[in-house]
Design a protein around this ligand. Structure first.
Ligand code: B1M
Length: 222
C-alpha cells in the first residue's frame, strides 16, 4: 500500500472535506488497511497540523470545526470495522467514560471507547461536557470497574481531579479505578492527582484498562 493514501487522508482533514475523508476511509477498508493505522498515520496527522496552525494563529475556529467534522466522518466509517475486528468477546470489565464538564472534544474519547469495546470491555459512554457528579452517579448505578475521564483543555483537565474527589465522597474508591487521558495530560499530572492509570493514546488505554482490571483482581484476593 502506498503512503499516498495516508497523505490524502491528512490533506482531507486539513481541507475540512468530510465527504473526501469518508471516501478515503472506505478506500482504506477496501485495501484492507488496519483502521487504526489509517487513523494514526493518516487522519490524525492532518488534525494535528490543523491544531498546530490554530495555536500559532495561522488557522481559525471555522477551520478547526471543519477539520473536527471531517475527522469524525472518517472515524464513523472506520469504527464498525474496528469493532468487527475486535476478537475478544467476553466482558473484561465495565467502563464509564466521558469528557469532563466544559469540554466538548469527543474524537479521542470516542476512539478510546471504540477500542475498549472492540477489546471486550463494556463501555457506558456519557458523551461530552459531563458534569462531575454524573461520572460518580453512573459508576455507582452500573457498578463500574473503571471510570475513564477525558480532557483536552488545560482549563478542564483539573476536573479529572474533581471526578476522583466525587468518587471518593460517594465511598466508591478504591473499588472503582480511574483512568485519565487527553492531549494536555502528563505523567506528572497523573501522579499529582493520584489517578490509577493514564494513556497517551487509545491503544495504550486498552492496555491500561486491562492492567487496572488485573490490579482489581489482586485487591479482591487480599
Ligand atoms: Co479544540 N483545542 N478547542 N476543538 N482542538 C485543542 C485541544 C487545542 C490543543 C488546539 C490548539 O490550540 N493547538 C486547544 C487547547 C489548548 C489547551 O488548552 N492546551 C483547543 C482549543 C483552545 C479549543 C477552543 C477553546 C477554541 C475556541 O473556541 N477558541 C474550543 C473549546 C471548546 C470546548 O471544549 N469548550 C475548541 C473547540 C474545538 C472544536 C469543537 C472546533 C473541535 C472538536 C471537535 C470534536 O471533538 N467533536 C476541536 C479540535 C478538532 C481540536 C484539535 C485540533 C484536535 C483534537 C482531536 O480530535 N485530536 C486539538 C489540537 C490537537 O489535539 N492536535 C484542539 C485527535 C484525537 C484522536 O486525539 O483528542 O488527543 P485526542 O485523543 C487521543 C489521546 O489524547 C488519548 O487517546 C486519543 C486517541 O489516541 N485520549 C485518551 C483522549 N482521551 C483519553 C481518555 C483516556 C485515555 C486516553 O482514558 C480515559
Amino acid at each position: 500500500m502506498s503512503t499516498q493514501l495516508f497523505e490524502d487522508m491528512a490533506q482531507s482533514i486539513i481541507n475540512g472535506e468530510a465527504q473526501e475523508a469518508k471516501r478515503l476511509a472506505r478506500e482504506a477498508i477496501r485495501q484492507e488497511v488496519d483502521p487504526l493505522e489509517a487513523i494514526n498515520r493518516g487522519f490524525v496527522v492532518g488534525i494535528d497540523q490543523v491544531g498546530e496552525r490554530f495555536s500559532c494563529g495561522e488557522a481559525f475556529l471555522p477551520e478547526l470545526v471543519m477539520a473536527g467534522e471531517a475527522m469524525k466522518a472518517a472515524i464513523a466509517v472506520l469504527e464498525p470495522e474496528m469493532a468487527r475486528q475486535g476478537t475478544v468477546r467476553q466482558t473484561l470489565g465495565k467502563v464509564v467514560l466521558g469528557t469532563v464538564a466544559g469540554d466538548i472534544h469527543d474524537i479521542g474519547k470516542t476512539l478510546v471507547g471504540t477500542l475498549l469495546t472492540a477489546n471486550g470491555f463494556e463501555v457506558i459512554d456519557l458523551g461530552v461536557d459531563v458534569p462531575i457528579a454524573a461520572f460518580a452517579a453512573k459508576a455507582r448505578e452500573v457498578g463500574a470497574d473503571i471510570v475513564g475521564v477525558s480532557a483536552l483543555l488545560t482549563t478542564t483537565m483539573t476536573r479529572q481531579k474533581d471526578v476522583m474527589a466525587a468518587l471518593e465522597d460517594m465511598g466508591l474508591r478504591p473499588g472503582v479505578k480511574v483512568m485519565v487521558g487527553g492531549a494536555p495530560v502528563t505523567q506528572s499530572w497523573v501522579e499529582e492527582i493520584q489517578a490509577d492509570g493514564f494513556s497517551e493514546d487509545a491503544i495504550g488505554a486498552v492496555a491500561v484498562a486491562k492492567q487496572l482490571m488485573a490490579e482489581k483482581a489482586i485487591q479482591a484476593q487480599e
